[in-house]
Design a protein around this ligand. Structure first.
Ligand code: BES
Ligand code: MN
Ligand code: ZN
Length: 499
């Protein structure tokens, strides 16, 4: 996809589809007003008939509007003007993206960049808009055979039309939006690939490829290396599988060499059967998405490398299958983690925390500024928060606040849950330093409490993306979240030290 920002009159642009906004009740934006004038009032007359729904994100396509050089005009509703804000803007940009992705012509003009979103600047709007359009063009057909769509519809050359003077900041905002969409696309591709293709080895190879493409140092530790490091918890999960586990470490060095890195740790269970504590059969296919935390780390690396962000970041991806097998870990088994703490595994389906804890101990060696882990960790998180925000728990409230804020700015939201000490009691074990499950209640919190026992050396936040990493049903597929949130966080961090 190619974006260019241009100044000019909307009615003059010769293009396949021209997108303009209009508020409910026929309140036209500047661009729509220009088209209306050129059409001698025809556009306003059509809207006055009520063909465009008031709801933000509704759209009406007009063909050959007099006075305009575009083949079709797409009017997107911005909703009621007094209710206009982030939400309506998002609905409008998502509709724009959908319409353009299905458009028969390959070029388009979009006149939404100048619309003033309350509390947001023009660069924010351009970043969100370009991200939505680029992300909307995403398709997954790597595993389609004869039903592969060879003649793809959709606009690929997009002109963002503005009445303002074009600034370097505007160009950068568009580049950022596009880079984030590309990072999301990588995360979605990895998530959507089935477990027989997206194995731990495949994740490691993808990381190595990223490293080659962007000149990053990438290390892949094998089972023997993990044994030497004493990663008994991670390796206990891999025992039931024939696929070799991998431990991938990526180094992005965009900052000064003395700057402490942000460390991102992503859960990479390429398929979660539950192990000996086997999951029920219904929708078990969706457990191929159990590596979406890992995918979001790789996607975020792609996004920040594309824009050469001035910051140091280390990515850690512990990855394995969770399978039942003759050698598999059994309920009641006790293992020793890299930290020396022992764990009684009461449920082999609580495997995410078992691979993360060793990765979190490994992270200490980078003397991190902060560590964020990203994991499809608990079904309880989906029960608590649904599929709107990711769950967020942290041992540092400033870090948590920063992430909540970046979630709001990016529209890829997170919501904090408590990590109070009282919950730690639920992890008591009669036979080890801790159990790997905490009983019926507060499943998302007890999972984070478990991880908190391995993150005492640094500031740490945990994102539970069980509800946000993919959607089920007709549109089943990975979402690319939380690449936008993580990238926004790193962009904010790259601008200077935090309070
Ligand atoms: N990968 C799952 C979490 C999950 C389940 C994500 C359903 C999305 C949808 C994780 O490994 C798991 O199985 N967690 C258990 C923990 C329990 C055994 C304490 C869960 O949530 O049921
Ligand atoms: Mn599990
Ligand atoms: Zn899992």
């Amino acid at each position: 996809m190619e974006f260019t920002i241009k100044t000019g009159a909307p009615e003059k642009l010769k293009t396949g589809s021209l997108v303009v906004g209009a508020f409910a009740g026929g309140m036209l934006t500047e661009a729509a007003t220009a088209l209306d004038k050129a059409s001698k009032g025809k556009l306003a007359a059509i809207l006055a008939r009520g063909d465009l729904d008031d709801k933000a994100g509704s759209q009406l396509t007009l063909h050959e509007l007099p006075g305009s050089n575009a083949e079709r005009i797409v009017i997107v509703s911005l909703g009621k003007q007094d209710e206009f804000g982030d939400r309506a803007w998002r609905d409008a940009t998502n509709t724009t993206a959908k319409v353009l992705a299905a458009s028969p012509s390959h070029d388009a003009g979009v006149c939404l960049g100048d619309v003033a979103v309350p509390g947001r600047d023009n660069e924010w709007a351009l970043q969100q808009l370009s991200r939505a359009i680029a992300d909307g063009a995403y398709r997954f057909d790597a595993t389609k055979g004869k039903s592969k769509d060879t003649k793809r519809r959709g606009a690929r050359k997009i002109v963002l039309l503005t009445g303002n003077k074009i600034s370097a900041g505007m160009e950068e905002a568009v580049k950022r939006g596009q880079a984030i969409a590309e990072g999301m696309a990588l995360a979605k591709d990895l998530g959507n690939l089935p477990g027989n293709i997206c194995t731990p080895t495949h994740l490691a190879e993808t990381a190595l490829e990223l490293g080659k493409q962007y000149k990053l140092k990438v290390e892949v530790l094998e089972r023997e290396d993990m044994e030497k490091l004493g990663m008994g918890s991670l390796l206990s999960v891999a025992r039931g599988s024939h696929e070799p586990p991998k431990f991938v470490v990526l180094h992005y060095k965009g900052g000064k060499s003395k700057d402490k890195p942000v460390v991102l740790v992503g859960k990479g269970i390429t398929f979660d059967t539950g192990g000996i504590s086997l999951k029920p059969g219904a929708e078990m296919d969706e457990m191929k998405f159990d590596m979406c935390g890992a995918a979001s780390v790789l996607g975020t690396f792609k996004a920040i490398a594309r824009i050469a962000l001035p910051i140091n970041v280390v990515g850690i991806v512990p990855t394995t299958e969770n399978m039942p097998g003759g050698a598999a870990t059994k309920p009641g088994d006790v293992v020793t983690s890299m930290s020396g703490q022992t764990i009684e595994i009461l449920n082999t389906d609580a495997e995410g925390r078992l691979i993360l804890c060793d990765a979190l101990t490994y992270a200490e060696r980078f003397k991190p500024d902060c560590v964020i882990d990203i994991a499809t960790l608990t079904g309880a998180c989906v029960v608590a928060l649904g599929k709107i925000p990711s769950g967020l728990l942290a041992n540092d409230d400033n870090l948590a606040r920063e992430l909540v804020d970046c979630g709001t700015v990016s529209g890829d939201r997170a919501w904090q849950m408590p990590l109070w000490d009282e919950y730690q009691e639920l992890l008591k074990s009669n036979f080890a330093d801790m159990a790997n499950i905490g009983g019926r209640y507060a499943g998302t919190i007890t999972a984070a409490c478990f991880l908190a026992r391995f993150t005492k050396a640094y500031k740490w936040a945990h994102l539970d993306i069980a509800g946000t990493a993919w959607v089920s049903g007709d549109a089943k597929g990975a979402t690319g979240r939380p690449v936008p949130l993580l990238t926004e966080f790193l962009i904010a961090r790259s601008k200077g030290p935090q309070a």
